[in-house]
Design a protein around this ligand. Structure first.
Ligand code: ADP
Ligand code: MG
Length: 290
């Protein structure tokens, strides 16, 4: 099979592991920088020119599109779809997953547990917004943040008010969310492939930090999910229509609450924590569907 991995950097752990896994299973695999693809659109014959040359036949692609290049990356994925290639991440699902608000709306419709969240058009009714999520402490998140940047815990009403007003003043869009205290600075990442959880880890924020992101100094260990957590992860990936997804959730007194669903989940943390060959699972997923 001809497999292409869309990645800006062939030296990244995830990219290297996917190449390795594909080669081990005797596939032709190539790493393509999606930003260097020119999309040729004409009647019934879509094609891609890569570094000046027409790209050959492609059976499947594995998109690893960074958040900063979602627009162009998605256009490239869509072009491959039009050329008949199978993709581990559908272009529509990719776009959907990149919008925190839209994702929460989709998950809510699918009756999935979520922290109560409010989004407003820079409302001046700050007090009412705070009340809607059950008062403080609460969490304020920049809509387009990643890796824990732009996620703020406001402990008091005054702090919450000033932070919301400051973001509003900057015309930075935020969501306001109830703070899940029981999570104790930890969250769970469930890696879902083709409707099954293939690995899960618990990430714990460093001392005194409520954000568990590994980029913020958190640490990860393997975890056995409860049935409820496993079902929630599978349901969330399905609602987002993602074949490969990293589902992040908090453990709360009312069960698992989904925070976000990642469409380009990294392999390093999860493979190290679980000792599992997740890259191989992704290649086998492609084999099953092509
Ligand atoms: N409502 C919340 N209650 C408790 N902890 C939270 C809440 N929202 C986020 N966190 C913590 O902050 C981290 C980062 O939040 P997240 O929404 O995943 O943003 P990012 O996209 O930047 O990773 C989470 O992994 C979790 O540990
Ligand atoms: Mg996160």
């Amino acid at each position: 099979m001809n497999i292409k991995i869309l990645s800006r950097n062939p030296n990244l752990y995830s990219t290297k592991r996917l190449v390795e896994a594909a080669q081990k299973r005797k596939h032709n695999v190539e790493v393509i920088d999606h930003l260097k693809c020119d999309l040729v659109i004409e009647k019934r014959k879509p094609s891609i020119v890569y570094k000046g040359e027409l790209l050959g036949d492609t059976d499947a692609i594995i998109p690893r599109i960074g958040a900063s290049v979602t627009f162009y990356g998605t256009a490239v994925v869509r072009q491959f779809e039009m050329m008949g290639a199978f993709t581990t991440v559908d272009s529509e699902a990719l776009v959907r997953s990149r919008d925190k608000l839209r994702s929460l709306q989709v998950l809510s419709r699918a009756k999935i547990g979520l922290p109560k969240t409010v989004f407003t058009n820079y409302s001046r009714e700050t007090e009412s917004v705070i009340q809607q999520v059950g008062g403080t402490p609460l969490v304020i998140k920049l809509l387009e943040g990643t890796q824990g940047l732009g996620v703020v815990l406001a402990e008091t009403k005054n702090a919450a008010k000033s932070v919301i007003e400051a973001f509003n003043g900057l015309k930075a869009r935020v969501i306001v969310q109830e703070f899940i205290k029981e999570a104790k600075g930890a969250d769970i990442r469930a890696f879902v492939v083709d409707g099954h959880v293939v690995g899960a880890m618990k990430r714990q924020g460093k001392e005194g930090e409520f954000r568990s992101n590994l980029h913020q100094g958190g640490s990860a260990e393997v975890i056995e999910l409860t049935d409820e957590e496993e079902i929630a992860a599978v349901k969330a990936a399905k609602a987002m229509r993602l074949g490969v997804a990293g589902v992040d959730m908090l453990q709360s007194s009312r069960g698992p609450l989904i925070l976000e669903v990642n469409s380009s989940p990294g392999l390093e943390g999860i493979e190290r924590a679980t000792g599992k060959d997740i890259a191989k699972t992704i290649i086998r997923f492609i084999e099953k569907h092509v």
